[in-house]
Ligand binder design. Structure first.
Ligand code: 13P
Ligand code: ZN
Length: 261
């Protein structure tokens, strides 16, 4: 568990350094059920049972680390257990209780995190981490209707540099603007996460999944790097040419990249 918490703190520091985590911006949730010890498993709750807003059956018996609402990534980087908490899903799969280390209320985006964590368990993969952050250039692109189409923005980003395609092979999904923290945002995110590891929230940020929080961060990082290259070329006064479709197809073939989940 120490290793998982250290990774979360490490990524929180990167998010702050990149300028993606102004004030309390962004949140992290990691499924820690596999590494929770017996004393913590049976710990008395520090909070009443709090409604998730949905019943999520695959979350039965699961434990998560979640960033606290209103908490800053730059503080979490130093003190992860004071700026986040460990929660246990109650037996009805519709509530959670805080069990450690302090009664810090989880992030306002918990509906999205838990709905996607529920899906990740249902589909039986190795993914344990969910990340929401505010990457500047990707959010800027989401202000153009032209890029609010998954195929268009994915092709633009993939064609900027081969590594984007190699390390974000499922591309970028797009979720139309919805109220932060809402179930509507969570439901729309789930639909897109079924096809992509990273989803763009229009005029807000991104939501990403990964085997661990480092992997989730890396996918956002490579996609945002491509957005920076795109914008840098535009700022130099020309539209970037982009790799050809043939070059993109070659990389998909040679590196046996997955094209769907
Ligand atoms: P929290 O402080 O509740 O995690 O909210 C931050 C955020 O980015 C909401 O979208
Ligand atoms: Zn946000």
């Amino acid at each position: 568990m120490k290793n998982t918490i250290n990774q979360i703190a490490e990524v929180a520091g990167y998010l702050w350094q990149k300028g993606w985590a102004e004030r309390n911006g962004g949140n992290i949730t990691v499924n820690i059920t596999d590494c929770i010890d017996t004393s913590l498993k049976n710990a008395a709750p520090m909070s009443p049972a709090i409604a998730i807003g949905k019943t999520l059956p695959a979350l039965h018996g699961q434990f998560f680390y979640a960033k606290g609402t209103g908490k800053r990534m730059r503080d979490l980087a130093r003190l992860p257990m004071e700026n986040g908490s460990i929660i246990r899903i109650t037996d009805d799969c519709a509530h959670y209780e805080i069990i450690a280390e302090k009664p810090v209320m989880p992030t306002s985006e918990l509906p999205s995190h838990l709905e996607i964590q529920n899906y990740l368990i249902e589909t039986g993969g190795k993914y344990r981490a969910t990340l929401h952050t505010h990457p500047i250039e990707l959010v800027a692109m989401s202000h153009s209707p032209r890029f609010l189409d998954s195929a268009t923005i994915t092709h633009t980003l993939w064609s900027m540099i081969p590594e984007t395609l190699a390390f974000a092979p499922l591309g970028l999904g797009v979720v139309p603007y919805a109220l932060p923290g809402s179930l509507q945002l969570a439901d729309a995110t789930l639909d897109e996460i079924k096809k992509h590891d990273v989803v763009l929230w229009e005029k807000h940020g991104v939501f990403a999944v990964g085997e661990n929080i480092i992997e989730a961060f890396d996918q956002v990082d490579v996609l945002n790097k491509a957005a920076v290259i795109y914008m840098t070329a535009q700022n130099m006064g020309f539209a970037p040419e982009g790799m050809t479709d043939e070059a993109i197809a070659d990389i998909q073939r040679v590196f046996h990249l997955p094209t769907h989940r």
